[in-house]
Write a protein that binds this ligand. Structure first.
Ligand code: SF4
Ligand code: SF4
Length: 66
């Protein structure tokens, strides 16, 4: 993808809707929509992986496309 866009995948089956991922994202990429996180600003993702590391249920993963 162009300009190093990150691919953010949310596995709803594993997600318990705690919102930790959204809280820890320093760029406010993630927002809870009807309880589940969504990447509402994927272009702002810096690939810091905090959301992935902080999710207690391994329900979110970030892939860099460089
Ligand atoms: S990798 Fe970092 S910037 Fe990107 S969505 Fe996760 S917490 Fe936010
Ligand atoms: S931290 Fe994990 S379990 Fe919690 S809302 Fe985010 S993806 Fe779902």
């Amino acid at each position: 993808m162009e300009n190093g866009m990150k691919q953010i995948t949310i596995h709803r089956d594993w997600c318990k809707q705690c919102g930790i991922c959204a809280s820890f994202c320093p760029k406010k990429v993630l927002e809870l929509v009807k309880g589940y996180p969504e990447a509402v600003r994927p272009e702002d993702c810096i690939g810091c992986m905090l959301c992935e590391m902080r999710c207690p249920d391994f329900a979110i993963s970030v892939k860099t496309e460089d």
